[in-house]
Design a protein around this ligand. Structure first.
Ligand code: PGA
Length: 249
């Protein structure tokens, strides 16, 4: 059974650079939000802030990435098991920034997905089309292809319900201020819920890409079950506003 709470996921990306600022951001969110009933807040700070700070706040925690092995001679990597042992329940996988800047491929993401499942962490799996692909009317084809490629290593027979979250993040909308129109995002949502696409599970689908306090609620109104928020999650005031608006739903 899915829980009914709306998910508000803050992806801090490579920010802030100072421990004190991370602490201040956590504190402002905590003080401004108070108790929540309808929303589940998941914060994905940079790795160094997970242990010392994250764990002291009443939020679910997520990593922004993980490796596909649990331990071994892999210099610089962080494993899903490490995240799990730090108290993380989630990990973002397949983010387009990692694909663009770090050369992550479908195959790598697929292996990371398997490792996250093995460690018992819920992947927040990002899928999305480029502007060019959208203009050419290829959005559905691309999303179908990405899902197939990412889930390739998961046994066909396995129904993945509560162990996976899908984040629809049109690449052209990430960090651009040019959010996808809710009605266009709704069309994609309907596609992703089609029985031939969602046959592997009744997973929750969240929207990400230039979400702010003005457009946030519209994505929930058209059926998304949460939001993946980048830039605005670093602005405590706006982030709190979004949570409060969803709490009223
Ligand atoms: P954005 O980022 O909200 O700054 O567009 C979203 C994301 O990359 O997850």
């Amino acid at each position: 059974m899915k829980n009914n709470k709306l998910l508000v996921i803050g992806n801090w990306k490579c920010n802030p650079t100072i421990l004190k600022q991370a602490e201040a951001l956590f504190s402002s969110i905590k003080n401004g939000v108070g108790e929540t009933k309808n929303t589940e807040i998941i914060i994905c700070p940079p790795f160094p802030f997970l242990n010392n700070i994250g764990i002291r706040y009443p939020y679910k925690m997520g990593g922004q990435n993980c490796f596909w092995e649990q331990s071994g001679p892999f210099t610089g990597e962080i494993s899903p098991e490490m995240l799990k042992n730090l108290g993380c329940e989630y990990v973002i996988l397949g983010h387009s920034e990692r694909r663009t800047h770090l050369g992550e491929t479908d195959e790598m993401i697929s292996k990371k997905l398997v490792a996250a499942f093995d460690a018992g962490i819920i992947p927040i799996l990002c899928i999305g089309e480029t502007e060019e692909q959208r203009k050419q009317g290829k959005t559905e084809e691309i999303l179908r292809f990405q899902l197939m490629a990412f889930l390739k290593e998961i046994p066909e027979s396995l129904i993945i319900n509560n162990q996976l979250l899908i984040a629809y993040e049109p690449i052209w909308a990430i960090g651009t201020g040019n959010a996808c129109q809710p009605k266009d995002a709704q069309q994609v949502l309907s596609f992703l819920k089609r029985p031939d696409i969602a046959y592997r599970g009744d997973w929750k689908i969240v929207y990400g890409g230039s979400v702010d306090d003005k457009n946030a609620k519209h994505y929930i109104d058209v059926g998304f079950e949460g939001l993946l928020i980048g830039g605005v999650s670093l602005d405590a005031e706006q982030f709190i506003k979004i949570i409060k608006a969803l709490e009223k739903k």
